[in-house]
Design a binder for this molecule. Structure first.
Ligand code: 3PG
Length: 398
């Protein structure tokens, strides 16, 4: 059910759940991609004459106010991007919120303070979430779910409010689901998946699922060292999840049985310590099979980057999640850059799966329009590909 299903919205109060969880450096927004992606739905509602009440989270505060995680800077940026003022409530369902919502005229927009400042948002206790959802729902006549990055969370502002108000799927969520469906239903082949990021344990279910679907799986990032160790290589001081070694061995075996090619890096950029503000990186390239005992891997090496790019060159469908290295530091960004660059050349559908990889392509200066789709959801897009039911979507389809 899309926004049109809600009927004439003039004068109606509409609660919108957006994902405005952006990276901050103090109070400076370092990547506003998610705010920009949220604008079209909010704008459409305001233009339809609705009184728009936006709710969102920032980070993972512990169910109580924490100034570090205030959405105040986000309200300001949202106002700039919308080209109209955004009234900011300094609480989520308290006096400030009530006053701000009461003061809205037709076409006005408000943002409530971080919804996770309330324990009712993320509580595992249905009754606690329900009581909080009742209060949020009391601000509105209808609900629009547009925070794709949180649809995998069974939380009050994502799930429980939709049980209480006439609800619709926002345009962003719809667009994201449409693209992800193309990856799962009959993808054009070759279908190549690139996985990176620090932990294998975050990617187990998706690897499991993709082993039956993708033609090639390219693996980089911190998680690669557990795979290399599973093949019997020494990985020095690199990130290693010893409890996942057996699982990685199983994946390598299964892939061989199913004819899925798993491509691992053959060279690695290492240093003797993890980069920090007060050290000067001294990168060197070593064979993936011979990482020195005193070194840790921080990026895939140039040969691997070229091999990954070559594997992507003839792909017709690509999904990429997770950076290849510590891309925030220029000395360890080349692997991620090479993968991003290869994605821009894909003749077919190229999807960047949210979170760190989306931030990486923007931080490295790539033009977003060169990619088929840059998802706003990291965890959400992975869970979709895992074939899991997403509570925030299921509740709208009920
Ligand atoms: C994200 O950053 O992936 C979303 O905003 C969800 O955040 P969460 O993982 O803290 O629920």
């Amino acid at each position: 059910s899309s926004i049109e299903s809600l009927g004439d919205l003039r004068g109606k109060r509409v609660l919108v759940r957006s994902d405005l969880n952006v990276p901050l450096d103090g109070t400076t927004i370092t990547d506003d991609g998610r705010i920009r992606a949220s604008v079209p739905t909010i704008k459409a509602l305001a233009e339809a004459g609705a009184r728009v009440v936006v709710t969102a989270h920032l980070g993972r505060p512990k169910g109580a106010p924490d100034p570090k995680y205030s959405l105040a800077p986000v309200a300001e940026r949202l106002g700039e991007l919308l080209g109209q003022p955004v009234a900011f409530a300094t609480d989520t369902v308290g006096e400030s919120a009530e006053q701000v919502v009461r003061g809205l005229g037709d076409g006005d927009v408000a943002l409530l303070e971080n919804v996770r400042f309330n324990e009712g948002e993320t509580s595992k206790d249905d009754a606690v979430r329900a009581a909080f959802a009742d209060r949020l729902a009391s601000f509105a006549d209808a609900f629009v779910s547009d925070g794709f990055g949180v649809v995998h969370r069974k939380q009050a502002s994502v799930y429980d409010v939709a049980l209480r108000l006439p609800s619709a799927m926002g345009g962003l969520v719809k667009a994201e689901i449409d693209v992800l469906r193309r990856l799962t239903v009959d993808p054009e082949r070759p279908y190549v998946v690139v996985l990176g990021g620090s932990k294998v344990s975050d990617k187990l279910a998706v690897i499991d699922n993709l082993l039956g679907k993708a033609d090639k799986l390219l693996i980089g990032g911190g998680m690669v060292f557990t795979f290399l160790a599973a093949q019997g290589h020494e990985v020095g001081k690199s990130l290693l999840e010893t409890d996942q070694l057996e699982t990685c061995r199983t994946y390598l075996r299964e892939a061989a049985e199913k004819g899925v090619e798993i491509v691992l890096p053959t060279d690695i950029v290492v240093d003797t310590q993890f980069p920090s503000g007060d050290t000067v990186p001294s990168p060197r390239v070593v064979p993936a099979s011979a990482i020195p005992a005193d070194a840790l891997g921080l990026d895939i090496g140039p040969d691997s980057a070229a091999a990954f790019a070559a594997a992507l060159a003839d792909a017709r469908t690509v999904f990429w999640n997770g950076p290849m290295g510590v891309f925030e530091v220029p000395e360890f960004a080349e692997g991620t850059r090479a993968v991003a660059d290869a994605l821009t050349k894909v003749q077919g559908l190229s999807v960047v799966g949210g979170g760190d990889s989306a931030a990486a392509v923007r931080a490295l200066g790539f033009d977003e329009s060169a990619f088929g789709h840059i998802s706003t959801g990291g965890g959400a897009s992975l869970e979709y590909l895992e074939g899991k039911e997403l509570p925030g979507i299921a509740v709208l389809e009920r």
